[in-house]
Design a protein around this ligand. Structure first.
Ligand SMILES: *[C@@H]1O[C@H](CO)[C@@H](O)[C@H](O)[C@H]1NC(C)=O
Ligand SMILES: *[C@@H]1O[C@H](CO)[C@@H](O)[C@H](O)[C@H]1NC(C)=O
Ligand SMILES: *[C@@H]1O[C@H](CO)[C@@H](O)[C@H](O)[C@H]1NC(C)=O
Length: 243
């Protein structure tokens, strides 16, 4: 009996531990001048990504990307950078109406946690997993190619890769003509299904959400928090009755 109760507690503990760890990340100090590229610096040099740079900074995504890139073993990143024109083509007030969580999800949706060269787009398997989470139903991103033309769709937005801003074998930054929107960004997250009973912590975790790179995002935490909490309350009630 005690063993059965222990495992849900473990799940809760691990869950909150991960959330706290990610939220508590402190900004890294400035990278060494000759080190890996600084994502915001190279975008600033291109001169037409002011809004996207602002999002990367306000969500601390820039810090996360820069620090991951310092690790030689990192699989790298592919970043789809919408131009300022792309942002100004959004329905007026869209960005201002977004909560911080939505802005974080929006930014993460433009970041793929692996390096993709132009030719790799031809063999990529859809849907791509972005930093916005392992849930590709709420955050679908599909890439198709036709010759050198690279197109992508989220179901809500179709756009193309218009230019290569930067590429170095570990980091690829591509210009896109539209801001990528997804259901998971636009609507408040639906409550996730309750985890199956007797699930072990490892099989219970959504694949891809928990990774060593710390991309278990705050958005993910918020989404699963209500479930975790109600699960916890149920366990406590059960415990009380049992005792
Ligand atoms: C691919 O491009 C060619 C030439 O630009 C065009 O004729 C063809 O319809 C395109 N195919 C698809 C599937 O879009
Ligand atoms: C993306 O591709 C997958 C696999 O081919 C497909 O099931 C899904 O419907 C596609 N989603 C969109 C938005 O095109
Ligand atoms: C995106 O492209 C697909 C197929 O090319 C089309 O069916 C869909 O209506 C387009 N969606 C938008 C939002 O333009």
């Amino acid at each position: 009996m005690m063993k059965q109760l222990l495992s849900p507690f473990l799940i809760l503990l691990i869950f909150f531990h991960l959330c706290t760890k990610t939220s508590g990340q402190s900004p890294a100090s400035a990278p060494a001048p000759s080190g890996p590229p600084d994502i915001t610096a190279l975008l600033r040099k291109a001169g037409k990504y002011t809004t996207f740079i602002g999002l990367l900074k306000s969500t601390q995504m820039d810090v996360q990307i820069n620090s991951e890139l310092q690790k030689k073993s990192d699989p790298g990143f592919t970043i789809f950078a919408p131009t300022d024109t792309a942002f100004s083509n959004l329905k007026p007030g869209t960005l201002n109406s977004f909560t911080d969580q939505q802005k974080a999800a929006l930014t993460q949706f433009h970041v793929v946690p692996s390096y993709l060269s132009n030719s790799q787009f031809q063999t990529v398997s859809n849907p791509l997993r972005t930093e916005a989470g392992g849930d590709t139903v709420e955050f679908p991103l599909n890439i198709t190619t036709n010759g050198t033309q690279v197109s992508m769709t989220t179901g809500l937005v179709n756009t193309t890769v218009d230019d290569t801003v930067y590429i170095d074998g570990q980091l690829a930054v591509y210009e896109i003509g539209e801001v990528l929107l997804a259901q998971g960004i636009l609507r408040p997250p639906a409550p996730p299904p309750l985890p199956p009973k007797n699930a072990s912590p490892s099989s219970n975790a959504p694949s891809g959400s928990i990774s060593s790179s710390g991309d278990f995002s705050d958005a993910t935490c918020l989404r699963y928090a209500p479930t975790a909490i109600s699960y916890g309350v149920a366990i406590l009630v059960a415990l009380t009755l049992w005792l």
